[in-house]
Design a protein. Structure first.
Length: 185
């Protein structure tokens, strides 16, 4: 179930946890060396659930479990670039910490936002944090939703791994430092 209006992250977690747990148990049993990317909201909680389930199955490898935070990074990058007039395909605005409404932290300073007034940074941060609710309201009008979906920029991906946050321009980029293997697609 995707994030929706009027659903708290806690309730969303309870809606999605059985799906994540079932898939994680299947991966532990049938493909214990697979790279697992968790994108099911709330990613923070489901990421921890996946790690715990793999640890119980004794197949956890910190290099092979990723939390995908791409949509928040794309939103932050698009907002930053629309304000600065820069090309979103040449910029990268990471979002660190969690994926919940209260835990998203866009790092606008990574995009050379040093000359931004703090009020503008606060406004952009609020927009990134409230994006799910804003999109839910927009979806009530299907024409507006189609325009929004058609304008999404999908070049930017962010990966969250236990202990470390990575941010890259494309999926083909390195997933981490020397001990994390490159993924060929």
């Amino acid at each position: 179930m995707p994030p929706c209006c009027n659903i708290e992250d806690r309730d969303l977690f309870f809606e999605n946890l059985q799906h994540v747990r079932t898939v994680t148990i299947a991966c532990a049993e049938f493909c214990p060396h697979a790279i697992i990317a968790i994108q099911t909201p709330p990613v923070d909680c489901n990421f921890a659930l996946c790690i715990h389930t793999l640890q119980l199955a004794r197949v956890y490898d910190k290099r092979k479990v990723l939390g995908v935070n791409a949509i928040n990074s794309m939103r932050a990058n698009q907002l930053f670039c629309s304000i600065t007039g820069s090309d979103p395909s040449t910029r990268s605005t990471p979002v660190i910490c969690g994926t919940g409404r209260c835990t998203r932290v866009p790092v606008f300073s990574a995009g050379n936002a040093s000359n931004f007034p703090q009020t503008q940074v606060d406004c952009l941060t609020r927009l990134v944090r409230e994006a799910d609710d804003i999109i839910c309201k927009v979806k009530s009008n299907s024409e507006q939703a189609r325009v929004l979906i058609n304008n999404l920029n999908t070049d930017s991906l962010a990966y969250l791994r236990s202990e470390i946050v990575y941010h890259g321009a494309k999926l083909e980029s390195e997933l981490g430092p020397k001990d994390v293997p490159r993924v060929e697609i």
